[in-house]
Write a protein that binds this ligand. Structure first.
Ligand code: PEP
Ligand code: MN
Length: 338
């Protein structure tokens, strides 16, 4: 149960409520949420306790979570969330375009692409340092060196950086260099990782797992929110279906469905969704038209030579052209992109 306490309740009152619960052996944890303390228990307190919490002026309302997400839902918060990362605000009027290579490969490669995507209007730089590769024989990323290069690129361009985190034990290391953490599709239901990125309080991109339903995805987001980290951004990157013409099947309807269910910002990644360079631009445009808050796009100075995802990365010229083509579509849906 979520016990929503009164706004600006003092800590003494919260503690009184917690000791009442502990007398009944109810494990409870507190979460700060928009100026209130939420007290979360996994077991429903007795009616007697509920009445006392109300009578003592502690509880304002009680929410009994069903299996669906609560803090992520529009019922819990009707106002759309925005997530700030450096100068970028994800979920605001201006679309957020996150661009950069699949993997950080070298200083030259990263800086070249970082300057190019900045010039074209991207607001965040992406790049993988710890890569979740399907085969253990494939390039696994530069690790901490990759992180250092990302932070150099931030210093040179001013773009905040986002990079994937795969292991809870590495959150501290990655947080030293990155402005935003990415939980990839393959880790979307790694619950210890979700808790750890929640605890970090850094902004988080939570990609949709390739076999994750929208409700399961929102529940994964709930793990992060429940650690008191409201800075969660969802990213649709395609799901696995029987279709093999594309790498994954971009579920654009998820954007519209999420709008009806959650206040969290929603991005679309047409690069991993399609797996093909020619398909990125049409799907990026469709995503903007469908109401996404932004895009994540892979860009590489020499895509054919990329050490990972060579088929889907755009050249800087292709990226710049796409950014210009997106402008009128953004305007048509009441957004801007530059
Ligand atoms: C990525 O963005 O680098 C990535 C590996 O994507 P996904 O987790 O969506 O496959
Ligand atoms: Mn990739």
């Amino acid at each position: 149960m979520i016990i929503v306490t009164r706004r600006n309740l003092d800590q003494g009152k919260v503690d009184e409520g917690l000791s009442l619960l502990s007398k009944e052996n109810l494990a409870a944890r507190t979460v700060s949420w928009n100026g209130r303390t939420l007290v979360v228990t996994h077991v429903r307190p007795s009616d007697g306790i509920i009445t006392k919490l109300e009578a003592m002026g502690i509880a304002e309302r009680f929410v009994l979570p069903s299996h669906t997400a609560q803090l992520a839902s529009l019922e819990f918060q009707s106002e759309k969330s925005t997530v700030k990362v450096g100068d970028a605000e994800i979920g605001g009027k201006r679309l957020t375009v996150i661009a950069g290579p699949c993997s950080v490969e070298s200083r030259d490669q990263l800086l070249n692409v970082a300057h190019a995507v900045k010039r074209a209007g991207a607001s965040l730089l992406r790049g993988g340092a710890f890569k979740p590769r399907t085969s253990p024989y494939e390039f696994q990323g530069l690790g901490e060196l990759g992180l250092r290069l990302l932070s150099q690129a931030r210093e040179e361009t001013g773009l905040p950086v986002v990079t994937e985190i795969m292991e809870p034990s590495r959150v501290e290391l990655v947080a030293k260099y990155a402005d935003m953490l990415q939980v990839g599709a393959r880790s979307a239901q790694n619950f210890p990782l979700l808790r750890a990125v929640g605890e970090s309080k850094l902004p988080v991109i939570l990609k949709r797992g390739m076999m994750t339903t929208i409700d399961e995805w929102l529940q994964a987001a709930e793990y992060i929110l429940l650690e008191g980290n409201p800075n969660v951004v969802l990213c649709e990157r395609g799901i696995r279906t029987f279709e093999r013409a594309t790498r994954n099947t971009l579920d654009l309807s998820a954007v519209a469905v999420l709008r009806k269910k959650t206040h969290l910002p929603v991005l679309v990644d047409p690069s991993h969704a399609t797996g093909g360079r020619d398909l990125v631009a049409p799907m990026a445009k469709a995503a903007v038209a469908a109401g996404a808050d932004g895009l994540m796009i892979e860009v590489h100075p020499t895509p054919d030579k990329a050490l990972s995802d060579a088929n889907q990365q755009l050249s800087p010229e292709e990226f710049e052209k796409l950014m210009n083509e997106l402008e009128p579509i953004a305007q048509a849906v009441g957004r801007t992109i530059h």
